[in-house]
Design a protein around this ligand. Structure first.
Ligand code: F6R
Length: 240
């Protein structure tokens, strides 16, 4: 696991974007595994800037997102489908038909998980972008999720509901469930880039990089992947 420590969020975002842009330049048909949340927003802004200034094209790129809240349709402004259009896709020349997320509004959630797992067989991520939960989750794989897990229905922990409530009008509006790629789907990626910032992530970063590999801290599984780059700011790296 390669760890790059940056001065701040802006530098973290720039470095991580450079890695992903390099992958797309090298392979214009790359499959990008993408994440939502606060951590990758700056990185996505850098990708849009590069697309506009340098013309890096995403027209043949495919994307697969990590997760989606259950019960929210793609036009709900808190859905991850909406987030991806607002924060990345609308600023690129990507064909929205080539972008994929699990559908949290599906009537049969297990069938939706099965569909997504089959899709991931065909779209193996050249790079998977990850954020890190303060409890060590990756995607919505909460502590004690088996490493062999594939896309599944998740009951979000109180910790995650609380962390994510900052983006909703009230904590009661945060969905209690999500569909998430499993740990195995994430580990299947050819390479992984994680962006982490802030002191509240420092303990999880330490456990992920230096701790025991254990489902109790899902991100620790990344120690077993051959091509992981963690780009974190000084605060997130403060316990290393
Ligand atoms: C988002 C996701 C989550 C977040 C994590 C960190 O698609 O899968 O694992 O990456 O909760 O969220 P932020 O970046 O908002 O701190």
């Amino acid at each position: 696991m390669k760890v790059i420590v940056t001065e701040n969020y802006e530098e973290m975002s720039k470095k991580a974007a450079e890695i992903v842009i390099g992958i797309v330049k090298n392979n214009p048909k790359a499959v990008l595994g993408l994440a939502t949340g606060s951590s990758p927003i700056g990185m996505y802004q850098n990708m849009i800037k590069d697309h506009k200034e340098n013309g890096t094209s995403y027209k043949d790129v495919h994307t697969v997102n990590l997760d989606e809240y259950v019960g929210l349709t793609a036009d709900h402004d808190q859905s991850y489908a909406y987030f991806m259009r607002a924060n990345l896709f609308n600023g690129l020349d990507i064909d929205l038909k080539n972008t994929n997320l699990p559908c949290g509004a599906a009537s049969d959630l297990q069938a939706e998980c099965d569909r997504y797992n089959a899709l991931l067989e065909n779209y193996k991520q050249d790079v998977q972008v990850l954020g890190l939960g303060s409890n060590g989750h990756i995607g919505f794989n909460e502590p004690d999720t088996p490493f062999a897990s594939v896309t599944h229905l998740v009951d979000l922990t109180e910790n995650t509901i609380k962390d994510n409530s900052r983006l909703f009008a009230s904590i009661d509006e945060v969905p209690r469930q999500a569909l998430s790629m499993g740990v195995k789907n994430i580990m299947n990626a050819k390479s992984i880039v994680m962006v982490v910032s802030g002191k509240n992530k420092a303990a999880a970063v330490k456990g992920m990089v230096k701790g025991e590999v254990t489902p109790a801290l899902p991100a620790s599984v990344l120690q077993l992947h051959p091509f992981v780059t963690v780009v974190c700011d000084k605060d997130a790296a403060s316990l290393l």
